[in-house]
Write a protein that binds this ligand. Structure first.
Ligand code: IPD
Length: 270
């Protein structure tokens, strides 16, 4: 049977700390792009690969029967799911472009799923060492403090973060959505790491966040942290949060933000 969520979180935190230390050290030693993936903006560094390998190895030692889904190595990274139904979801460095440029907004994101439900997650900023955690039903925390999302109720006063995918046509559509949304919110942020955007929304340092095209590893840990801090995390028109769209907003902001995003077809287009 599956272990308790707090046991999985304990493992996740230890592994994420070691991973963040490796990423930090490799950054200090100087990092270069080893490849571009889909486009010139979609980079992978040697650190992405080394950190993911380290995370997969550490998880295999701690829990040999579990499956691992990782950004750089894909679903085959950790072998078949074991009898406990546990699958780990790892983004070795979320915010790779920030990492490459030495901008302090990049993170290791690690989540544990049991039977398809995310039950534990940690996001650790590689540069600042800030660390957010959550277990399903157990709340979200940073530095021992329980997190609560923003209490803002007026979308016009809300600071809303978003992100752009890598596909050029999708980016153009996303830019049009942003252009139309700006007059209705306080301002927009595009900081470059989805997991951290969700964590900042969890503690009210951002009011809300939305993005189209997120992968499972961008969303898993941060989505749980945001949910446990009181944000509503969902897609448009009753759909669950997923690659089509993730909207994370406090209950009072969800409907008005949802209405604009639905009008603007934010989950449509390329
Ligand atoms: C990206 C970042 C970015 C978001 C992209 C993600 P990566 O992750 O989270 O903020 O806009 O959708 O792909 O590629 O740096 O791990």
């Amino acid at each position: 049977s599956a272990p308790p969520s707090h046991d999985l979180l304990e493992i996740a935190v230890e592994v994420a700390r070691e991973a963040a230390a490796t990423a930090h050290r490799m950054r200090a030693e100087g990092v270069s792009t080893v490849a571009t993936k889909s486009t010139v903006t979609d980079v992978v560094t040697a650190a992405d690969r080394a950190v993911e390998r380290q995370v997969v190895d550490a998880l295999r030692r701690a829990r040999p029967a579990d499956a691992v889904l990782g950004e750089e190595y894909g679903p085959g990274g950790g072998g078949p799911a074991g009898p406990g139904g546990v699958r780990w979801i790892v983004d070795p460095i979320d915010g790779t472009v920030n990492y490459l440029y030495g901008l302090p907004y990049c993170a290791v994101s690690l989540a544990a799923e049991v039977d398809g439900e995310v039950v534990a997650g940690v996001v650790r900023n590689v540069v600042t060492g800030e660390e957010w955690t959550a277990t399903a039903g157990g709340g979200a925390h940073r530095a021992g403090t329980r997190l609560r999302c923003s209490t803002e109720t007026d979308l016009g006063q809300a600071l809303v973060a978003t992100g752009f995918g890598y596909d050029p046509a999708r980016r153009a559509h996303q830019a049009r959505v942003v252009a139309e949304l700006i007059p209705h919110v306080r301002d927009i942020r595009r900081m470059g790491a989805a997991s951290l955007d969700l964590c900042l929304a969890a503690e009210g340092r951002l009011d809300a966040y939305y993005e189209k095209g997120l992968a499972a590893w961008d969303l898993a840990a941060g989505g749980l942290i945001a949910t446990e801090a009181g944000l509503r995390v969902a897609g448009l028109r009753g759909r669950p949060a997923g690659p089509d769209l993730v909207v994370a907003a406090p209950p009072a902001l969800f409907e008005p933000l949802h209405a604009h995003l639905a009008d603007l077809d934010a989950d449509g287009g390329p």
